[in-house]
Design a binder for this molecule. Structure first.
Ligand SMILES: [Zn+2]
Ligand SMILES: [Zn+2]
Length: 368
């Protein structure tokens, strides 16, 4: 019997981005937090589900009874079909909006998951034997949740990807009003002390809008490639807001998600927006998930930007939550500046902080 033990092990997306999947054992109950896939050099990889069978008292994937999906980004949700092949009985929780955005991305792979999914809403509480789960607004993208678990008097908060600022499409994260003992933090910039947002927006985003503005003024068309479909939707609203005269053509994959948002009464499109079918006349903006054409007079811009808290906001968030233990995942090292500074090193000097940190690696098992 494992009684009241809390065991944690990342199956992917530990000190890296991609294949986010975190195993949590709370006494007899076994959960997965997220189930995404990753990409290395264009090759898809799933979380290391086989590591589950190394966990004491776990002999069978069917013992994992629940999977919570924090949001519809593929690095958090797209390996769900793979896990349900190993365990067709698992109950999956996600918000309606996550369900919509995910089904548009996974297409027929999603229909096979439908019957396992239960839709959940912000502040909804789900009682399971020996524990209670509730869901809280996470910011980041529409539909994203933080998951709070109360187990034997302890509060465990899994943030998923979150933002403490609001975006064009969603408000800031709203923390549950309880004392958190264990924080499982998706800390994308927890090791990037030089990554900083300015005011209410990402510096890359401002540059991107500027570039589009100048190209259009000079009568040129702009080809904007987006890496994540939901970021494409964010960009549409930004371009409509800041460059309202721009004629904007949107590729079919992004359009699919736009329609899902509009079905849920979240308006995205305006008069200047069109589906991309034939190559439009200059000047205009083309928003696409595909690589730009090789030879063309188009101005090419990279449509990538961050929907995550920067380093200072990450420190502030953990300082505010002030958990006893903070497990930092989704946390790649700083490749650009090669600094060793982490959120832990800042808070260690804070007399009010009671937090001890764990930066686990995939397959490493911890008793929390
Ligand atoms: Zn995300
Ligand atoms: Zn992520």
């Amino acid at each position: 019997m494992t009684g009241s033990k809390i065991i944690f092990m990342p199956l992917g997306g530990a000190q890296s981005v991609g294949a986010s999947c975190y195993f949590l054992k709370l006494g007899e109950t076994n959960l997965l937090l997220d189930c995404g896939y990753g990409l290395t050099n264009g090759i898809r990889f799933a979380p290391k589900f086989s590591a589950l069978l190394d966990v004491p008292y776990l002999q069978d994937f069917h013992q994992v009874s629940h999977v919570v999906i924090s949001h519809a980004h593929l690095d958090h949700a797209a390996a769900l079909p793979d896990f349900l092949q190993l365990n067709e009985r698992a109950a999956v929780y996600m918000t309606d909006l996550t369900r919509e955005i995910l089904s548009a991305q996974l297409e027929e792979r999603f229909t096979r998951l439908e019957e396992n999914i239960s839709s959940v809403a912000f502040l909804q509480r789900i009682p399971l034997p020996h524990l209670k789960i509730s869901f809280h607004q996470a910011g980041h993208i529409p539909g994203a949740i933080m998951t709070l678990i109360n187990f034997r008097g302890k509060n465990i908060l899994y943030t998923g990807d979150y933002s403490t600022f609001s975006t064009q499409l969603v408000g800031a994260a709203l923390l549950p009003n309880v004392k958190i003992d264990i924080l499982i933090l998706c800390g994308l910039h927890a090791r990037h002390p030089n990554y900083r947002r300015y005011g209410d927006s990402d510096a890359t985003l401002k540059k991107l809008l500027n570039k589009i503005y100048h190209a259009l003024r000079h009568g040129k068309s702009v080809y904007c490639q987006v890496t994540q479909i939901s970021k494409g939707v964010e960009l549409i609203t930004l371009i409509n807001k800041f460059l309202p005269q721009a004629e904007l053509y949107i590729d079919e994959r992004v359009m699919k998600i736009v329609r899902r948002f509009e079905n849920l009464h979240i308006p995205i499109m305006c008069e200047q927006n069109h589906p991309l079918s034939v190559l439009p006349r200059a000047p205009c903006v083309i928003l696409s998930t595909l690589s730009p054409p090789v030879h063309s007079s188009l101005e090419i811009v990279n449509g990538d930007f961050s929907l995550h808290d920067d380093f200072a906001a990450t420190v502030e968030f953990v300082r505010r939550v002030n958990p006893k233990t903070c497990v930092v995942v989704h946390s790649p090292p700083d490749k650009i500046f090669y600094t060793g500074t982490t959120l832990e090193q800042v808070l260690i000097n804070d007399p009010d902080s009671r937090t001890s940190f764990i930066f686990p690696h995939t397959g490493e098992l911890f008793e929390l």
